[in-house]
Design a protein around this ligand. Structure first.
Ligand code: NAP
Length: 303
C-alpha cells in the first residue's frame, strides 16, 4: 500500500460504498481508506482483512471527517437519506464534506448525487432524498470543488426488499407493483457501481465537473415482470399501477413523487454506464444470479 494515493470511501460498510471499496481494492491503483462509525462491525472487519485502512468518522462530526480526508487524492461520498429524521441532514453533511474536500485540496470527489426535483419542477414535485442531493451537487460546483456526480438509477436490489412482487388475491400470480404505468424505468445493480467509480477516479480530466446518470437498462414494468417470470418460473405480472394508486395503497408520498419524477424520464445513460463499467449486468443477467432470492416459501410468498 505504501506510496499509493489514497481514496477515502464513505458508506464503505453499505451497498454503494461497499461496491466502491471492493472495486478499488480489486483494481489496486489506490490505497483505500474506508469510513465507518463503527470499526468493529463485521463489514468493517472484512474490509480491513481485504486490505483497506478502516477509519472511524461520522458525517455529522467535522473533526473526524477532517482526519479521514487529510492527505487523500480523492473520495467517494454517499449520504444516507433514510437514517435519522433531522431535516436537511443530507444537505448539512454534504456541504460539510464538500468544504473539507475543497480546503484539503482533494483532486476529485465522486459524489452520489441525484436531481433537485423541486427545482426542476418549479416546486410542483418534492422528493426530499433527491432534492437534498441536488442541492449538495450545486454546492460542490458553487465552491469550485472538483466533483463528478453519479446519479444512480433504481437499484435492482429494491426488488428483493421494498418492491418485491406480492402474491395476488387469486393466489396464483405475483404482482410487481412499480408505479410507472407503461413508462420505462432505468435500473442498475448497486453492486455494479464500484468499477464505474474507479474508472472516473482514474480519468479525472474526462469526468470532472460532470453529472452522470448511471443505468444498466430501461425496461417497462411489464418487461421486468416478464424476465422475472421466465427466470424464476413463477407467474409474475405487472400490477399496472400509477403513483396515485401506490399512494392510495399506503405508499409514501415522497416515494410516489419519486416515481412521478422517474416517469419524466431523467437522464440515465446506458451507453456511458457500459463504458465506465464494461461488466455492468443488465436485468436478465442480474436476475439469473439472484433467482434463488425470489423463490416462493411454502405459503407462496417470495422470500
Ligand atoms: P446503506 O447500504 O444503507 O449504507 C449506508 C452507509 O452510510 C453505511 O455504510 C453507513 O456506515 C453510512 N453512514 C450512515 N450515516 C453515516 C454517518 N453519519 N457518518 C458516516 N457514515 C454514515 O445505503 P446505500 O444504499 O449504500 O446508500 C443510501 C443512499 O442511496 C440513499 O441516500 C439513497 O437516496 C441513495 N440511492 C438509492 C437508490 C435506490 O434505488 N435504493 C438509488 C439511488 C440513490 P456505518 O453505519 O458503518 O457508519
Amino acid at each position: 500500500m505504501a506510496g499509493k494515493r489514497v481514496v477515502v470511501v464513505f458508506g464503505a460498510t453499505g451497498a454503494q460504498g461497499g461496491s466502491v471499496a471492493a472495486a478499488l481494492l480489486e483494481d489496486g491503483t489506490y490505497a483505500v481508506r474506508a469510513v465507518t462509525r463503527d470499526t468493529s462491525k463485521p463489514a468493517a472487519v472484512k474490509l480491513k482483512k481485504a486490505g483497506a485502512e478502516v477509519v472511524s468518522a461520522d458525517l455529522d462530526d467535522e473533526k473526524s471527517l477532517e482526519a479521514a480526508l487529510t492527505g487523500a487524492y480523492g473520495a467517494f461520498v454517499v449520504t444516507n437519506a433514510f437514517e435519522g429524521s433531522k431535516k436537511d441532514k443530507e444537505v448539512i453533511q454534504g456541504k460539510l464534506v464538500a468544504n473539507l474536500c475543497k480546503r484539503l485540496k482533494l483532486e476529485l470527489v465522486v459524489y452520489s448525487g441525484l436531481e433537485n426535483v423541486k427545482e426542476i419542477t418549479e416546486g410542483k414535485l418534492e422528493v426530499p432524498h433527491f432534492d437534498s442531493k441536488g442541492e449538495v451537487e450545486k454546492y460542490f460546483r458553487h465552491i469550485d470543488c472538483p466533483m463528478t456526480s453519479v446519479r444512480l438509477a433504481f437499484y435492482y436490489e429494491n426488488l428483493l426488499h421494498g418492491f418485491k412482487p406480492q402474491r395476488n388475491k387469486d393466489g396464483r400470480t405475483l404482482l410487481l407493483g412499480l408505479p410507472m404505468g407503461d413508462v420505462p424505468l432505468d435500473g442498475i445493480s448497486v453492486a455494479d457501481l464500484g468499477p464505474a467509480v474507479v474508472t472516473i477516479l482514474k480519468s479525472p480530466a474526462c469526468y470532472k465537473g460532470k453529472n452522470i446518470g448511471l443505468s444498466a437498462g430501461k425496461l417497462t414494468v411489464e418487461e421486468y415482470a416478464e424476465i422475472m417470470s421466465v427466470i424464476t418460473k413463477q407467474m409474475i405480472k405487472d400490477a399496472k399501477i400509477l403513483p396515485e394508486d401506490y399512494e392510495q395503497q399506503g405508499g409514501a408520498h415522497n416515494m410516489a413523487n419519486m416515481f412521478r419524477f422517474y416517469m419524466m424520464r431523467p437522464d440515465r445513460d446506458v451507453v456511458l454506464t457500459q463504458k465506465l463499467n464494461p461488466k455492468v449486468r443488465n436485468f436478465q443477467q442480474w436476475m439469473e444470479e439472484n433467482k434463488k432470492a425470489f423463490r416462493s416459501d411454502s405459503h407462496g410468498h417470495p422470500q
